[in-house]
Design a protein around this ligand. Structure first.
Ligand code: NAI
Length: 219
């Protein structure tokens, strides 16, 4: 891509993608930025600005071609192709991820799951077998795996991440509560549900504070 796109724009693209997908399912072929704006509760100018980063895709008086825009966003997000994924740690969270069928719809194919617990090894979750970590490197190479989800305790995560990187993994979806140190050509996306919950808590408590202040003023 010629132009560097801001992280803020990239972070909004999955939401555009989801809405456009829903519009496609409803048989909508085109949509104006105003209509999209009403649906998504984002200003129309924000939408135009965001999509202008990629040459716009819109036409004056016509709006956006939903299917075309959906396809272009998929290309930008790299979800127009298959990504082979493994999950390390087949406990509660690992199995929940493996059970979520929608990843496949977006091109993420779970090739394998790995764990050290002998009671889990050999079990099959949604067609994916849980394996021991001994042959991890071999499996990655043979199955052309590029991505790994880490759902293991934080104390174990750095060591496994090193092994993954050495075996050729280029993207780590990290759920373990630790900041991983990886080479420049490897990307890490941290997912921390509790941080999201804390943000929710912050918003809920500041809303309550605001209400209290307003009530005090009225008195
Ligand atoms: P869990 O205990 O059910 O599963 C962890 C699994 O990892 C176990 O099956 C264990 O045998 C396996 N394991 C441990 N060391 C391993 C190694 N070296 N290689 C392969 N497998 C290994 O725990 P749960 O609830 O699934 O959580 C997993 C991790 O994710 C924990 O570190 C937890 O703190 C974290 N977590 C993060 C969340 C987030 O939002 N980021 C949300 C929930 C959990």
């Amino acid at each position: 891509m010629e132009k560097e796109i801001s992280k803020a724009v990239i972070s909004r693209l999955p939401r555009y993608y989801r809405y456009l997908g829903e519009l496609m399912e409803d048989g909508v072929e085109r949509i104006s930025s105003n209509e999209l704006s009403q649906k998504m509760k984002v200003t129309a100018s924000q939408i135009r600005q965001d999509l202008n980063n990629f040459g716009g895709f819109g036409q004056q008086g016509y709006g956006y071609n939903v299917k075309y825009l959906h396809t272009e966003i998929a290309k930008i997000l790299g979800i127009d192709r298959q990504h082979n994924l493994i999950i390390i740690g087949a406990g509660n969270l690992g199995q929940a991820l493996a059970n979520y069928a929608n990843f496949k719809k977006h091109g993420f194919v779970i090739k394998g799951m790995f764990d050290i617990n002998p009671r889990l090894i050999g079990l099959v979750v949604r067609g994916v077998e849980i394996r021991g970590v001994d042959d991890l490197e071999k499996f990655i190479v043979e199955n052309e795996v590029q991505m790994a989800a880490l759902t293991i305790p934080k104390t174990k995560a750095p060591e496994i991440a090193d092994r993954l990187v050495k075996a050729g993994i280029k993207a780590i979806w990290n759920f373990a509560h630790v900041d991983l140190v990886v080479p420049d050509d490897v990307v890490v996306e941290n997912v921390h549900l509790s941080e999201s919950l804390m943000r929710l808590s912050y918003r809920a408590s500041s809303l309550q504070d605001q209400k209290k202040k307003e009530e005090k003023k009225k008195r």
